[in-house]
Write a protein that binds this ligand. Structure first.
Ligand SMILES: *Cc1c(COP(=O)(O)O)cnc(C)c1O
Length: 420
């Protein structure tokens, strides 16, 4: 459930008509519902009830400071993947004790900053990385908490670009080499192994891959316990899918019900890293039709948002529902159209061969389910300033990121003296 619904013929975000936001902030812009964000977090967190757990929101899905702050206020931690994300998380007030750091290519300065901040742990992806963390920790005379990220070799049945737990994937440590790696880790003087981690992919629409992965992890926990290596944290990653069109993903409760019985009797804290399921359907991208164009057997709606603003359709062939802001438009005769942006690439589209109500220049539309992996993946390609982000809260419109200006585009660039 989300808070983008038609009321009196107009698409609203909570109690605010999206047309008002288009008028006040301009298009394109991202709009997030505070109510939906909070609700999604509470539903997810609540599903795990009194099982000892930490929800570490995967902030790569949406890292706006305001979004992070509201998550932190709800009691969320974060899963970070870079020093930049650490900076944002701390700035937004996320407690370091709830920050976990993932990623295959952590750099020494990022490791140092994270140790200095005293984050909860690193999720380690290779023995080379273990060594790097040990070295930095030794130089600071501290001990670093780590979890080993296991690659359970499970097919999450999702898009190859967002499937991360297969043998051929760059992520994690092969399950059959994990024990060996644990022994290596234990031997390092400045490493303390506290957990096991598995994240198998994104946009999962079944519970079973989670359960299979967890079972492999639990076998590992058992082996390690027998070897005298106690595991205190089990991290099941993120990956729960959302409804973009007609998917019927499990509810957080379904996931929790499948997982809780397996871990209840262990003296472990469960860590989850949901991203998409919290923010995906809590945001839309507002855009306006600039022109219509009837090509050879094809109609194009040329809008002011483009692949640089929302790359998921181009990158993953992802489907995003598109809704006219005025319900009357939804009754217009349906046509097969491509919704495309102004960027000079044939791959620049928001929808392809979409049967939808025909629209005209000046019409406004909402690209739905754009709250996750939307703005965060945007770029300045074609020297397009990045768009504004808006948070709706109790009838008020809050700009939580201003639209970039042309000056922002050239910030940091210099023409060397010899060219002057
Ligand atoms: C991307 C990622 C997540 C979040 O995935 P979602 O599908 O957005 O829930 C969680 N953990 C790790 C390690 C990730 O890389």
């Amino acid at each position: 459930m989300h808070d983008f619904q038609y009321r009196q013929g107009e698409l609203y975000c909570e109690d605010v008509p999206l047309s008002r936001i288009a008028k006040e902030v301009g298009t394109p812009c991202y709009v997030y519902s505070h109510h939906t964000l909070v609700r999604h977090f509470r539903v997810y967190d609540g599903a795990f009830g009194n099982l000892p757990h930490i929800v570490a929101f995967a902030m790569k899905a949406n890292s706006n400071l305001a979004v992070l702050r509201l998550m932190a206020k709800e009691g969320s931690g974060v899963d970070i993947v870079s020093g930049g994300e650490l900076f944002r998380a701390l700035k937004a007030g996320v407690p370091a004790s709830k920050i976990v750091f993932a990623g295959v290519g952590k750099k020494p300065d990022e490791i140092r900053d994270a140790l200095k901040a005293e984050i909860l742990m690193f999720n380690v992806e290779s023995s080379a990385e273990l060594r790097a963390i040990n070295d930095v920790a030794a130089s600071m005379d501290v001990k670093s908490r780590v979890a080993l990220r296991i690659n359970p070799d499970i097919d999450p049945q999702t898009h190859p670009y967002i499937s991360t737990g297969l043998k051929k994937s760059k992520f994690g440590i092969a399950a059959d080499r994990a024990l060996e790696e644990f022994k290596v880790a234990e031997a390092f003087s400045h490493i303390e192994v506290v957990g096991l981690h598995a994240h198998i992919g994104s946009q999962l629409t079944e519970v079973s891959p989670f359960v299979e992965a967890l079972k492999k992890v639990l076998t590992m926990v058992q082996t390690l316990t027998e070897q005298g290596i106690p595991i205190r944290y089990i991290n099941i990653g993120g990956g729960l899918g959302i409804t973009y069109s007609n998917e019927t993903p499990p509810e957080p409760k379904d996931l929790a019900d499948a997982i809780a019985p397996l871990v209840r009797d262990l003296k472990c804290v469960l860590i989850m890293e949901p991203g998409r399921v919290i923010v995906g359907n809590a945001g839309v991208l507002l855009t306006k039709v600039l022109y219509t164009k009837d090509g050879e057997g094809k109609r194009f709606l040329i809008v002011d948002a483009a692949m640089n603003d929302l790359i998921r359709p181009s990158l993953y062939d992802a489907y995003h529902d598109i809704r006219p802001l005025y319900e009357s438009v939804t009754h217009a005769p349906k046509k097969t159209v491509d919704v495309v942006g102004p960027v000079c690439e044939s791959g620049d589209f928001l929808a392809k061969d979409r049967v939808m109500p025909d629209m005209n220049a000046g019409d406004l539309m909402a690209v739905m389910s754009a709250g996750a992996y939307g703005f965060v993946m945007s770029s300045n390609y074609n020297s397009r300033p990045r768009v504004a982000e808006v948070l709706v809260h109790e009838g008020q419109i809050h700009v939580i990121r201003s639209r970039e200006t042309n000056d922002d585009l050239v910030r940091g660039e210099q023409i060397p003296a010899f060219l002057l």
